[in-house]
Design a protein around this ligand. Structure first.
Ligand code: EPU
Length: 357
């Protein structure tokens, strides 16, 4: 008998002892006791009531923010619905300038960004080429080139396992912070089913991030369109960040550490080149983890097939046959050396399965 079980509901497909390795961007060996693919969010209550859920639930997006350090004994759930609709709830702001776009969780993120640009809408161009799905985007509050997702989110639709109900959370109720949200902090509770974005018909571009303006200038663009900003972001990312299709990785492996202003000032006096940013809260500063890791000598380092990208010190890469445990061991050595050298604790950005950081 094949591993895939025949199921009564055509929107639901269960696979026993599922190989998830190829579905993760790190492409390390990874298995789940079950994978359930759900094409229609209306089928979720039945799926979540299944006794197989008793062994644990892992909501699975594009697999681009996960590191499997061991197998998962429960159910990996992937929502595959990917429809996009404009003003799905009839809730435009009335002036025609702002548009609410709703996308189902299974839509590929970059594909969705391109779709909004093709519709003539701006707001997501700085977030081009980020791997993963729409449903995963609010969980870690993705961000790049001066724009964090939460600034564009109107509402998040989710199944609340605690209340056993479909809910629609306004952006203000999602607990968004830097690479963080209440969905991430309460991992067993929420299954994000769709995200609604507030986008604009006129271009209000964010070009302040270091490097983005320079890229546009190099492209000979002084008054870029949102699609051209997207192109510039793609060019920067392709140059700096390894393509997960070619070299397994999960983007930034560490978050940029947020420290007190006093600690930042002390570090800056000894290391004037350390990039230091506004952390969005008074008395705190955000440091560049990539700079700290590079200064500690790790950029391009390789332990067997587990390595640090030669082009960006924040990205761990699988050169071929690294296991998740090997990548995790390398990450721990990097964090320990940054702690010893700079007194700064690094925290991983991806979710680690089968081990604790
Ligand atoms: N830098 C180094 N060494 C390196 C790479 C960068 O010293 O190897 C320095 C750069 O010179 C620059 C600073 O670090 O001054 C910042 O570099 P970059 O612009 O590449 O951004 P980042 O802070 O390292 C963050 C996000 C990325 C996002 C970029 C661009 C986090 C954890 N990472 O990286 O997001 O693409 O900004 O906005 O916040 C991701 O989350 O997976 C991700 C790739």
């Amino acid at each position: 008998m094949s591993a895939a079980a025949i199921d009564a509901d055509p929107a639901v497909r269960w696979t026993r002892d599922a190989d998830l390795g190829a579905r993760t961007s790190f492409r390390v060996p990874a298995r789940a006791a079950w994978l359930v693919e759900v094409a229609d969010a209306d089928a979720l209550p039945g799926v979540l009531a299944d006794p197989r859920m008793d062994d644990g639930l892992l909501v699975f997006g594009g697999g681009s923010n996960l590191l499997f350090a061991g197998d998962f004994g429960g159910v990996a759930l992937a929502l595959t619905g990917d429809a996009v609709a404009l003003n799905a709830h009839g809730d435009s702001d009335g002036d025609g300038e702002t548009v609410i776009v709703r996308a189902e969780a299974g839509r590929g993120w970059h594909d969705f960004v391109l779709h909004t640009l093709a519709m003539g809408l701006s707001g997501l161009e700085n977030l081009s080429l980020i791997p993963g799905t729409v449903g995963a985007a609010p969980i870690q509050n993705i961000g790049a080139y001066g724009v964090e997702l939460d600034r564009r989110v109107h509402a998040v639709e989710a199944w609340d396992r605690e209340r056993g109900a479909a809910v629609r959370l306004a952006a203000a109720d999602c607990g968004f912070a830097y690479r963080d949200s209440r969905f991430k902090r309460e991992p067993g509770r929420w299954v994000v089913t769709a995200v609604e974005f507030m986008l604009s018909r006129t271009s209000q571009l964010e070009l302040g991030y270091a490097g983005l303006g320079a890229e546009l200038a190099a492209m000979g663009l002084t008054a870029p369109t949102p699609a051209q900003v997207s192109d510039a972001v793609c060019r920067i990312r392709r140059r700096k960040l390894p393509d997960p299709a070619l070299l397994g990785n999960a983007g930034s492996f560490f978050k940029n550490p947020i420290v007190s202003s006093a600690q930042a000032d002390a570090l800056l006096s000894g290391h004037p080149g350390l990039p230091c940013f506004d952390a969005g809260s008074p008395g705190m500063r955000k440091l560049s983890a990539a700079w700290l890791i590079e200064a500690a000598g790790w950029k391009g380092h390789r332990d067997g097939d587990a390595g640090v990208a030669p082009g960006h010190a924040l990205v761990l890469v699988n050169h071929g046959d690294a296991s998740g445990a090997e990548l995790l061991a390398l990450a721990r050595r990097i964090a320990a050396s940054v702690q010893a050298r700079f007194g700064v604790a690094l925290e991983p950005e991806p979710r680690i399965i089968g081990a604790h950081w």
